[in-house]
Write a protein that binds this ligand. Structure first.
Ligand code: SAM
Length: 294
């Protein structure tokens, strides 16, 4: 974790951490007490109180406006710039004629990367299940093929002639539960020459430990605080549903893991991992690029 994440006040991370621990154990009344005690100083406490009061069970991508604001503000500006530069270097080095991006969102990683590269792939395909983001992306980028569906369904329907020299996925595989993404990755392996993923190398803590909840409290609060004028929108529309999903095992939106676990998962899905490279030190956790070949 970067020094920034430690900048969120310790006592306040502790109060929010206690609330998260209570939520994870289904003790909503205790969580409400702890959240109420920290609400004056915490964007996340206010957003969680609102979600709990409204009994919202939203997915983090149900309100794309909040996600789109999030990735265009705070520390995400430098993160996306570093990531697009890195992807452009990958296109220039491997010169794919056909590429596919999985979980493209509205194209904030892909579109600038294509613009920055000297080599432009002849055919760019995308897989994106969210309708709002898929529509925006299709308007921004001339697509060879756009698959408006999840990676799991896409992978199941791959035909013998479907082939890409490069597949990439940035912060999207974490949106798919491991029991579904591993079979999809296994199916993809025989259709690509190379896979590049970018994910966060998140710190490991013992399951259910207070250190885990305090770390989550610090990282989510910092992510909201960095958003400046959009902090309330991002906290309630994107970060709170993401965090509640993560805490309540019934409706998670996120299955992130340390880089070593991504490597193991790719190896178990028919890939060989060629390189793990640091991309950017982000407040949440370092972003890493993992390059794999079947
Ligand atoms: C954190 S966003 C990343 C978007 C984009 N790749 C970027 O770097 O900005 C996660 C993306 O994964 C997409 N997603 C969610 N579930 C998915 C699934 N089952 N298959 C493919 N993409 C999925 C979401 O709609 C969203 O666009």
């Amino acid at each position: 974790m970067s020094g920034n994440a430690k900048a969120v006040d310790v006592t306040h991370a502790r109060g929010l951490g206690l609330a998260l621990a209570a939520l994870a154990k289904g003790r909503e009344d205790d969580a409400m007490v702890a959240l109420t005690a920290t609400r004056q100083r915490s964007f996340m406490a206010r957003a969680l109180l609102l979600s709990l009061a409204e009994r919202q069970d939203a997915n983090a991508y149900d309100a794309p406006r909040a996600f789109e604001a999030f990735i265009r503000g705070g520390g995400n500006i430098a993160l996306y710039s570093a990531m697009s530069d890195m992807l452009a270097r990958v296109y220039d080095r491997y010169r794919p004629a056909r590429m596919i991006d999985i979980g493209t969102g509205d194209g904030l990683a892909l579109v600038p990367a294509l613009a920055a590269a000297s080599h432009r792939p002849r055919e760019v395909d995308v897989v994106e299940p969210n309708e709002t983001m898929f529509t925006k992306l299709a308007a921004r980028l001339p697509l060879h093929a756009g698959y408006h569906q999840g990676f799991e369904a896409f992978a199941e329907n791959l035909g013998a002639d479907d082939r890409w020299e490069l597949a990439q996925s940035t912060f999207a595989l974490q949106s798919i539960p491991p029991h579904a993404r591993m079979p999809a990755l296994t199916q993809l392996a025989s259709h690509v020459d190379r896979l590049v993923i970018v994910e966060f190398d998140i710190p490991m803590f013992a399951e259910g430990s207070i250190d885990l909840y305090e770390s989550l409290a610090r990282r989510y609060e910092l992510a909201a605080t960095e958003q400046g004028e959009h902090a309330e929108l991002v906290a309630s529309g994107f970060l709170a549903p993401m965090l509640l999903g993560q805490l309540r095992a019934q409706s998670p939106s996120n299955w992130e893991q340390p880089a070593a676990a991504w490597v193991d998962e790719l190896l178990a899905s028919g890939f060989q991992v060629v390189e793990v490279e640091h991309v950017h030190d982000y407040s949440w956790a370092p972003a890493v690029r993992i390059m794999a070949v079947p």
